[in-house]
Design a protein around this ligand. Sequence first.
Ligand code: HSE
Length: 438
Amino acid sequence: MEKTKVAIVGLGTVGSGVARLLLDHGDRTARHAGRTLWLEKAVVRDLAKPRECDLPAGVLTERLEEVLEDPEIRVVAQLIGGLEPARTVMLRLLEAGKDVVTANKALLAEHGPELFDRARSLGRCIAFEAAVAGGIPIITNVSQCFSANQVISVQGILNGTSNFIVSQMDQQGWSYEHAVGEAQRLGFAEADPAMDVDGTDAAQKLAILAHLAFGARIRWGNIPKVGIDTLDIADLRFARELGYRIKLIAHARLVSAGLELSVSPTLIRMGQPLAEVRANYNAIKVVGDAVGDIFFHGQGAGQMPTASAVVADMIDTAVGRAPITFRTLELWSNRQSPVTIRPDDDLPGRYYMRFCVVDQPGVMAKITTVLGEEQLSISSIIQHEPDPRASESAVQLVIMTHEAPEGAARKAVERIMRLPVVSGDSVRMRVMEERRSR
Ligand code: HSE
């Protein structure tokens, strides 16, 4: 059988999974590729480091040149995280005539235009299914299967670590710190888990998806984002009492003035598909004008789900499918100007608000007066009996609103926070009502 030599650069969690699939399941790749994907080299920083997978003698090397200088190695999975040396290695691989597969969404979100222009000018290809939502084949679907549609919206849970943390806190009663530690131990989290929990990772993935779905170049840093790192367990409990769960939702929607984009903790009614996505799973709802709603669900983080997407890309690249797609998609070019992200103020939405208030006469009236003046209609209120053991007479007041413009909701919270009867921090989160589009 024909043999295509491939290499891996970076043998961390995902790289080791890719090596295992190539070495232990060569029969599968051969069946789908019509050729053997032969793992010729795996480049690592430190040869002495203990490895979880046994590689055949001579495969492991510290020298990238052994890949660059071997003309028979055609496809390289570049699986180094972060921006540098990942960017330089990617450019060197392309310049050496290799087609590259990557899972590094931070690199693409930051340096996509440079890398894609370079690959195009060299006649090479970059495949990146694993960069968004791990094992879910969302890149292929959005870039190919919606071609007859105008995509209207993309909404989803794009960070497995945040979803794991929030799910375990909500449903298993874990502390935030314990959940973060477990997400790291299980290999879901980035090397720096701050990028998962502060919304950066989800914003980078959303920028990539929105680019494919809407043909708009988006700087991920311009996407308004709030992570789960500031989420209070009290809000998970209040949300549950109201019949909702809180999820970190990445949202992109076509509106008349451009694109509406955000990443933020959001309340979703229990029983709705996005509300029931657990653990390290991701889910994405894409709405197209012809096809209607399509829902994708699967493991968005973790060794083997991500490795599955990388190896599928390696096969597609080896057989020549990925290069055709790459050439036909006008992806990330320095010639495209970045799209303007629409300011949020007019966007209608429902809101969850929580205030810490003094428990005395007239407080509720003062707060509801502000909401009324800002044209915000209340849909429900929770105030529990004060704790008789507490020394202060402060209570938590939770308000759910009907639909209102974002700007009005923000202004109302600012005004309420200035009332002398309100103390501490306030919380304001969007409430997402999943509607069928057609
Ligand atoms: N750290 C990412 C996540 C996995 O938790 O979703 C890789 O994208």
